[in-house]
Ligand binder design. Structure first.
Ligand SMILES: NC(=O)c1ccc[n+]([C@@H]2O[C@H](COP(=O)([O-])OP(=O)(O)OC[C@H]3O[C@@H](n4cnc5c(N)ncnc54)[C@H](OP(=O)(O)O)[C@@H]3O)[C@@H](O)[C@H]2O)c1
Length: 251
């Protein structure tokens, strides 16, 4: 998708962290962006920070009618839909024996079913434009599972499979599907996930300390997304892994 000026994007979970950086990067290139989140105040404040090319919608990706509303609002307000970045996600890190049924369901519903909801709701609008791009923010946790990450790792592994399957399904319609698999990124994600409580911190940097300096910055992941979108229509980079260059040595 060369020449992003005037294109329309939805970025789920755009109120902070990686999603906010992706939204900012898109807007810097002339894209009109709808950002979503479950916390009305946080998502509205983020849209104000992003300026007049951004619109905020409170919407929970776990609820299909809310997701449908996001896509139709984007089309109604900006005239169409070209790009969907499925970024909204949560973590919950604990032994399986200690994980409640609710926490398991919350992670799978957000990280996997939420992406299905957004793709299903967006596809008719992307087809109406003659094509577009879906970019799913997965995680290296999906390919490198670790102890106490069962729900999260499983949700991202399943997301990788979902994305690849969808990619084969829609590419002949001019709709490209890419999956980005970041390693550790400097957001408040891990501290928010620690107690598996889905709290909405108003500050993007919340939970980020100097001990996290080795991690990727949210802008690094945004850079990958913008890079993907710069590829000519004959190219489909379907999966990109990005990891910190110098993590702490183990052992
Ligand atoms: N940080 C990392 O180390 C890392 C590494 C690899 C992959 N990732 C992935 O990158 C994505 C973004 O992570 P992040 O670090 O930027 O996390 P974050 O700072 O916690 O931001 C998460 C965003 O998702 C939104 N969100 C959460 N649940 C939602 C729901 N049910 N419906 C709609 N929006 C929802 C949040 O808004 P509300 O709170 O208002 O709902 C927020 O805007 C996630 O998919 C994560 O799995 C992160």
């Amino acid at each position: 998708m060369q020449g992003l000026d005037g294109k329309v994007a939805v970025v789920t979970g755009g109120s902070r962290g990686i999603g906010f950086s992706i939204a900012r990067g898109l807007i810097d290139r002339g894209v009109l962006v709808v950002i979503t989140g479950t916390n009305e105040a946080t998502v509205s404040r983020a849209a104000r920070d992003l300026g007049p090319s951004a619109a905020a919608l409170r919407a929970d990706v776990r609820r299909y009618p809310e997701v449908e509303q996001v896509m139709t609002t984007a089309v109604g307000r900006f005239g169409g839909l070209d790009i969907v970045v499925n970024n909204a996600g949560i973590g919950a890190f604990m032994p399986v024996a200690d994980m409640s049924l609710e926490v398991w369901q919350q992670v799978i519903d957000t990280n996997l079913t939420g992406v299905f909801h957004c793709c299903k709701a967006a596809l008719p609008h992307l087809r109406a434009r003659g094509g577009g791009w879906i970019i799913n923010i997965s995680s290296l946790s999906g390919t490198n599972p670790f102890a106490e990450g069962a729900a999260y790792c499983a949700s991202k592994a399943a997301l990788n499979a979902f994305s690849e399957s969808l990619m084969h399904e829609v590419r002949h319609d001019g709709i490209r599907v890419s999956t980005v698999l970041p390693g550790s990124v400097r957001t408040g994600f891990m501290s928010r996930s620690k107690d598996a409580a889905h709290t909405s911190s108003p500050t993007e940097a919340s939970g980020v300390g100097s001990k996290d300096a080795w991690k990727l910055a949210p802008e690094d992941v945004a850079g990958v997304v913008l890079d993907l979108l710069s590829h000519p229509s004959r190219c489909l980079p379907s999966r990109v892994e990005i990891r910190p260059a110098q993590p702490p040595r183990k052992g």
